[in-house]
Design a protein around this ligand. Sequence first.
Ligand code: CAA
Length: 705
Amino acid sequence: MAESAPHGAVASQRHDGILVLTIDHPPVNALSADVRRGLADAIQAAQSDAAIQAIVLVGAGRNFIAGADIREFGKPPQPPALPDVCNAIEASAKPVIAALHGAALGGGLEIALAAHYRVALPGARLGLPEVNLGLLPGAGGTQRTPRLAGAAAALDLMLSGRHAGTDEALSWGLIDRIGAGADAQAAGLDYARELLAQGAGPRRTRDAAGLADRPAAQAAIDAARAQVQSRQRGLFSPAKIVDAVQAALDQPFDEGLRTERALFLQCLDSPQRAALVHAFFAERETAKAPETRQARPRPLERLGVIGGGTMGAGIAVAMLDAGLPVVMVEQNDEALARGRARVEQVYDLLVKKGRLDAAGKAERMARYTGATRYEALADADLIVEAVFEDMDVKLAVFAELDRIAKPGAVLATNTSYLDINRIAAATSRPGDVLGLHFFSPANIMKLLEIVVGANSAPDTVATGFELARRLRKTPVRAGVCDGFIGNRILAVYRQAADLMLEDGASPYQIDDAVRAFGYPMGPYQVADLAGGDIGWATRKRRAATRDPRLRYVQIPDRLCERGWFGQKTGRGYYLYPDGARTGTPDPEVLAIIDAERQRAGVTPRQFTQEDILRRYLAAMVNEAANVLREGIALRPLDIDVVFLSGYGFPRFRGGPLHYADQVGLPRILADIREFAQEDPHFWQPSPLLVELADSGRGFDSLNRA
Ligand code: CAA
């Protein structure tokens, strides 16, 4: 074994006649300019070095290579370009073996596909996730993957962005073998020695025969195109991926690479790419709240949940799924039995769908304990209260928790609106109290608002973030106000929608417009799904403190008074005959809306889709600016993440404030001022929005501050 000087982020080492190139660029060996240069130089030098017979590529640390360096996107490109590095690897006159472990994603997999042979260790994850960033694999991936694995497998990987395991990759021919052991370098060296002993030379993917069955390949491309048109509506890069694979079938390899490059550059320039990359980094940034730097989390070994309703059961499932033991407390045996049944129901459904086996369910339920006495929570490290949304009830629960919880236990409330500081004051230990606002269904929805009270201790907050990490949730730090970040802003844009309803738009038109923007559902479909009774209770609670100058639209109340709470009652804004999951428009609802317009003395007017969206989004952005100004959210990106992960805001638009920057703040402000001419109380421009627009800045300037 001989050492040689490292090429920047790529170290080279000789093992007899085999050169091992180790990509060592923490945290994930992304292909930054340094790495590309190091690889290109080393490959070139190896060509003229007679002592080198073969080259092995490995990654240092936990991964092979996680892909192109996403931080470089949008900056001036630096040579060498990744496609050139891949082509140089493929052109090597000496066999190149890629030894994969951990993540081999995006450009990382493209490097491996350009190598001549591939071995992967068990647990390696192979994928082309560029679609999630609004891109396509731009370093030969769209041309080499189908040549190696066939068009169907290549399109599946590239359109879903999912990670494939080694068995699947082997069955597709994406890798040649699965290595034994846990040492990628050893597996690569073994393979290289074997190949040299056999006298094997370079075997180039450009010559592979995965597209030889042309009719089958064309059928796979046609099917993918149809799927993209029906399911990935509004997205830019999926259709380009299909175009690139068509080029792989129709064009010689080098021409196909040029087509891929042109399509890649179109994607790179698209606003969707900028939005999706913003979302990628924003989601990682929200996990780094100041308290996580100031303090270490407390232990999290035993958890408690109070309440076995929909939320409590969902939270318990999320915890059980994360491998944590959970004690659920309910008021009496009957309620506890219902709570346990709700937990089991979630698992039974998964078993029915084949996503969990009976042993998996048993293993999770073995960690579940039910109790009807608070004393069962005496040794819990963290307890989440998920009882009825009523201040007096919550105060009573926290007084009990204060009595029985061990010193240092974190006491969390899952309230959606209520004042955490009042709840904390019901205990003798307000430093241990915080809000953990889960979203329904709590075992599925990614968002977790971590609500920090005036007295929450930094290590209490850090423990909330640690819980989110264990549960694989996306945590966002929020301050205390009515509705925190998400529900507070939602209340305002929902109000904007209700105002349009009274002024002449139908709920169906509004839902259509919001879906056309990219949301999976419109606000009235969501209301029907969530159940109108919840919003009704909130409106009644707020009635006494409502600003009398604000218009109050009574349409939702008229439906609730009839018991039309949405899907669960068979009708709401829509009709759900015979338990249907998708609703149909209801003429009676339209008649009620008409009557309400008359009662309010409103002459209905027409709204175009654009009118609807301008109002809906301006209301959202304006209230978001208020939330920022008051410090309820730390940065604009925190608000973006709340709406992306909890409220269905289309990811390819990057979140409401990234979107606002793209539209331009002066334009949004001009809209608000125009709407204010009619209704100055509702449409009051946020001082922060005015300040940013007037000084020519965007919200993003506050992300970087
Ligand atoms: N470029 C730059 N930084 C990256 C990165 C990338 N491709 N992938 C991850 N990182 C950074 C993260 O931002 C994070 O940084 P901070 O610690 O400063 O926040 C750090 O690496 C660790 O990332 P995670 O927290 O996500 O770590 P994890 O262990 O949970 O996951 C991973 C690791 C599976 C690799 C995950 O990071 C991931 O999926 N990364 C993105 C992979 C990807 O999309 N690759 C394709 C890139 S596009 C491409 O390659 C285009 C092309 O063909 C030219």
